[in-house]
Write a protein that binds this ligand. Sequence first.
Ligand SMILES: *Cc1c(COP(=O)(O)O)cnc(C)c1O
Length: 387
Amino acid sequence: MTSHTQKAPQPFRSLSPAVMRASTVVFDSLAEFTRRKERQPDGYSYGITGTPTARQLEHRIAELEGGAHCVVTPSGQSALMTTVMSFVRGGDHLLVSAACYGALKTFAHNWLAHFNVEVELYSPAIGAEIEKCIKTNTRMICMESPGTVTMEMPDIPAIVEVAKRHGVMTMMDNTWGSPLAFRPLEHGVDFSIEAATKFFGGHSDLLVGCISMNDAGYYAAVRETQSILGQQTSPDDCFLVMRGLETLKVRFAAQSAATLQIARELEHHPEVSKVLFPALQSDPGYAIWKRDFSSSGCLFSLILAPAPEAAFNAFFDALQQFAIGASWGGVHSLAAYYPAPLQAERAFPLTDQPIVRLSIGLEDPAMLLADLNAGLDAFRRTRAVAT
Ligand SMILES: *Cc1c(COP(=O)(O)O)cnc(C)c1O
């Protein structure tokens, strides 16, 4: 060993995971170095395939998901892309829900389609009827439940049944419910994907994604794609996600309860045309949510009364407790806006109206509700002047 090599420290025990940093991994002998590739997919050969800190996070997530393996990636979007890139090749047909995370659809249309992948969007609330979309070259079905922003509920077990019969792989973006509300792998989905950026991290200060699975062959393929596409996840970010996971259950329970309370109140507000949230009995996805999910998380959407843009500006301007911003799942409440044209132009549109999306944090729910009521008051006053 050279003097540059870090020796293992004296025995030291902490409640906190160690942050181990490395580009270079050093070997005891030339023979070990020469055989370094044999250490994959679990071992350490170079920083790109992971550090003990990343492995520790992967083990914790696999346990949460009820899966055998997990690969962490530098963002939720990279987890979605890595899963598809591991298995989909030119000439394959890829089915993607029209309500999948926007950047996954853009990746499919703007990159995969140019590599001769046949990309087809399907209706977000689909079930066994997905069979009509299956072709002889269908390789994978990308699912998300409920759909991003619009919250449609697909029938995941029904889709999985069809996919298995046709030898088609399935992946699901499970970020909304997290494994605390739904475990895709237990429902036969091949890959469960989370944006750990959201609930797992929980504090709006990092980007990490993860892919969980049971099949060892799939795991080796995903690990290789992760490293060949150069996607290393910083051990510091892995540490922060592990810290977030320590409080996930209590944050999730508190935020879910507050969210349900607020959504139920808003449902009766005269300025609210529709609350999009499958945990409400009025929601078209309620029966499927009730059957398959054990909780409902902190994210829902609103369609307000038809109004000019000025009324939406007044709503957002009036909010004191909600920050305006993308992302969600953190301890601070957030509000985001999806303009009407974006909704109307989507494949299988749910509405031609703008959508407001709320992420409920850990603030006092009564205070958040008062804030939203003040916002809706400002919305009503501006709407009344304009119409
Ligand atoms: C945020 C989000 C992603 C992407 O995660 P990033 O870490 O921001 O890349 C993917 N899917 C869903 C459902 C999300 O909400």
